[in-house]
Write a protein that binds this ligand. Structure first.
Ligand SMILES: [Zn+2]
Length: 161
């Protein structure tokens, strides 16, 4: 078990992450109802794509859907213009980001990296959720392991920033 991150350090890190996130332009995530709903778009590209689909297939039941934050395993980008889009990272999405930064390093001066970590903190917070009921011991173990990894990563970031 590794040491926890103090409240003061949590606030310092959140300020760093949020400042980077604020520099990143992003838009709500949309997708096309009636088509491949796994594809994400910004509103402008989504509207254009729906228009084109309806032209190709006038009987099709296509429309713009989304515009509200849904859960995703990774940060979405527009299929067409590759603009950064907004969602909420799932538990496994947060885990992937933390593993990524432990493996490849975190750059506190990168707005992109800071934004990713602000999403991670928004997604799972700093501590395991006390009320959480685990389906089995391995689920609990992996949750606790996640927070160990998060705290390990955050101590590395604190040393660098
Ligand atoms: Zn777009």
């Amino acid at each position: 078990m590794t040491d926890k991150i103090s409240k003061e350090h949590q606030e310092k890190l959140e300020a760093l992450f949020n400042a980077g996130a604020a520099n990143m332009l992003s838009e709500p995530e949309y997708w096309i109802h009636g088509s491949d709903e796994g594809a994400s778009y910004c509103l402008e590209c989504c509207e254009k794509k729906v228009e084109r689909l309806l032209k190709e297939n006038p009987d099709g039941d296509y429309c713009v859907d989304g515009g509200y934050g849904i859960d995703g395993d990774y940060t979405p980008f527009c299929e067409t213009c590759h603009k950064l889009l907004e969602n909420s990272l799932t538990d496994s999405g947060c885990g992937d980001e933390v593993e990524h930064f432990l493996l490849h390093g975190f750059n506190p001066k990168s707005d992109d990296d800071c934004r990713a970590m602000s999403e991670v903190i928004n997604g799972r917070g700093w501590e395991p959720w006390l009320e959480r009921t685990y389906r089995n011991p391995s689920e609990k173990e992996s949750d606790l392991r996640y927070f160990d990894s998060l705290h390990k990563l955050c101590r590395i970031i604190l040393e660098k920033s």
